[in-house]
Ligand binder design. Structure first.
Ligand code: GDP
Length: 481
């Protein structure tokens, strides 16, 4: 009971491009490959005086472009790994990032001056490694909360004279949750009277066991201050990330994420975008979170002007209307007029939801009802946010279908648009989980979620979202049934 936008256009005997344009007129952003549920299909069909009936449901297509077969995936070009540095305060993250940047970023053209754009790339053997240039646990945690799970590998810096500290533990927890592999850099090895074995056993206690003790984590002793061991560290990173065989298409839809943004005097809003898939080109019209514009220039971390940027390339762009929030997703659209329209819709959708507190009230009613009937069934309440109506419907149908005799899945709120304050408040009062699909929290919602410790999960692959919900349900099942 659904189909992709392409299939629907075919059924309606119109060009997809035509249908997309027509949908925009009713404030609907649809892309090729989007899943269209029956209800939405009917709305679109009505634009052409058709009625949609049982449009073929094609499971593969629901998942869309992201879900390539393993064989297809293995044909995509390799991309550079994205590396983040984490660890406790004062353990040497900044010193390490600075050392790598100064020692390894070679700038043949502009005389060695590197620009801080939020990320940089360095050569290590035949690999090129892209480092996120934002140390510190807080920056990272909030990046993650915005859904910007862009990191392929984390270098966990642990000072040999201090050992495992609270933020070391938090970093490990983050990596475990996100499934990101770790390499431990045992730092400050130049100091007197330190005992690296103590560091190893402290980390082994929290599940990070060194290879030489039969575990699977590489430990590299370094001095970020003096530079000792940093080459070994880079080599270890290169080797481990080569084994991950990271791939991304440089063709097709551009997917990217904002890693840093600011307003610069005389230049206006500047944003550093990390392209994750596809190729961003100079002149592209962009929708970035709740702002839009045209990529007037692309600049790399060496200050070099680029005409395009493929996967794993961080570029600073000029030409946006406002500074987008870090973590915002990047879409390339047909033209600026369309971009403006989409952003206006996003903002309007968000405002509309923020202004209607009725979801909360009805939820309380619902709880009262649930308490009254004394049913045994547990409920898993979800708030789902998505970039387009099509994927929202697809997700909703898929998660509702996961309900079983013990756990009932409910989508209590959501829709198209960024995760907003209202969603966070609702999650807080109802114990619901917030799931974003190609959607991340806006700035204020992010802050609110941090304050209230509401976990927001975001996905760009429907399958992964469904999988997580499945796991949550399994976690709720009665152990003795
Ligand atoms: P961050 O908070 O993790 O970013 O830590 P910093 O990079 O700011 O380092 C904290 C302090 O430790 C600074 O005074 C650094 O100079 C010092 N530091 C960092 N790495 C080393 C090292 O390898 N050896 C020594 N002796 N000091 C270091």
């Amino acid at each position: 009971d659904g189909a992709t936008s392409d299939q629907l256009a075919k059924k309606l005997k119109v060009k997809l491009k035509d249908m997309i344009d027509k949908c925009l007129d009713i404030n609907l952003l649809i892309k090729s490959g989007d899943y269209i549920g029956i209800q939405l299909a009917n709305e679109i069909a009505a634009l052409y005086d058709y009625r949609a009936e049982n449009v073929a449901f094609d499971e593969d297509k629901v998942i869309g472009k992201e879900q390539l077969s393993d064989e297809d995936k293995s044909k995509l070009p390799l991309r550079n790994p994205i590396i983040a540095i984490m660890g406790h305060v004062d353990h040497g993250k900044t010193t390490l990032l600075d050392h790598i940047r100064n020692a390894k970023v070679v700038n043949e053209e502009a005389g060695g001056i590197t620009q801080h754009i939020g990320a940089y790339s360095v050569k290590a053997g035949k690999s090129t490694l892209t480092f996120l240039d934002t140390p510190g646990h807080a920056a990272f945690a909030s990046m993650r909360q915005r859904g910007a799970d862009v990191t392929d590998l984390v270098v966990l810096v642990v000072a040999a004279d201090d050992g495992v500290m609270p933020q070391t533990r938090e970093s490990v927890k983050y990596c475990n949750n996100a499934g990101v592999p770790i390499i431990v850099a045992v730092n400050k090895m130049d100091k007197e009277g330190i005992n690296p074995d103590r560091i190893k056993s402290e980390l082994a206690d929290i599940g990070i066991t060194p290879e030489e003790w039969g575990g699977d984590t590489q430990f590299v002793p370094i001095s970020a201050l003096k530079g000792d061991g940093v080459d070994d560290l880079l080599e270890s990173i290169a080797l481990q990330t080569e084994m991950l065989e990271l791939r991304a298409s440089d063709k097709g839809n551009v997917e990217g994420v904002v890693i840093e943004s600011k307003i610069e005097h005389g230049r206006g809003p500047v944003a550093t975008i990390l392209v994750q898939s596809g190729t961003l080109k100079k002149g592209d019209s962009l929708v970035v979170g709740e702002t839009f514009g045209r990529a007037r220039s692309l600049t790399d971390h060496l200050g070099k002007q680029l005409s395009k940027a493929g996967p794993s390339t961080p570029v600073q762009i000029l030409g946006l209307d406002e500074a987008p929030s870090p973590g915002a997703s990047v879409d390339v659209v047909k033209n600026e007029r369309e971009a403006k329209k989409i952003v206006a819709n996003r903002v309007a959708e968000r405002k509309k939801l923020e202004e209607t507190p009725k979801a909360k009230v009805s939820l309380e009613d619902f709880f009262a009802m649930a308490a009254d009937d004394g049913k045994e069934t547990k409920e898993l309440n979800l708030i789902v946010r998505s970039d387009v109506q099509g994927s929202f419907e697809a997700i909703k149908q898929a998660v509702l279908a996961l309900s079983n005799s013990e756990v009932e899945v409910r989508v209590i709120a959501g829709g198209v648009g960024a995760i907003n304050d209202n969603d966070v408040n609702l999650a807080d009062s109802s114990g619901a989980f917030i799931l974003g699909f190609n959607m991340r929290p806006n700035t204020t919602a992010r802050r609110l979620a941090e304050e209230k410790s509401i976990d927001i999960k975001t996905y760009s692959i429907i399958y992964e979202l469904i999988n997580d919900v499945t796991l949550a349900i399994e976690g709720m099942l009665d152990p003795d049934t």
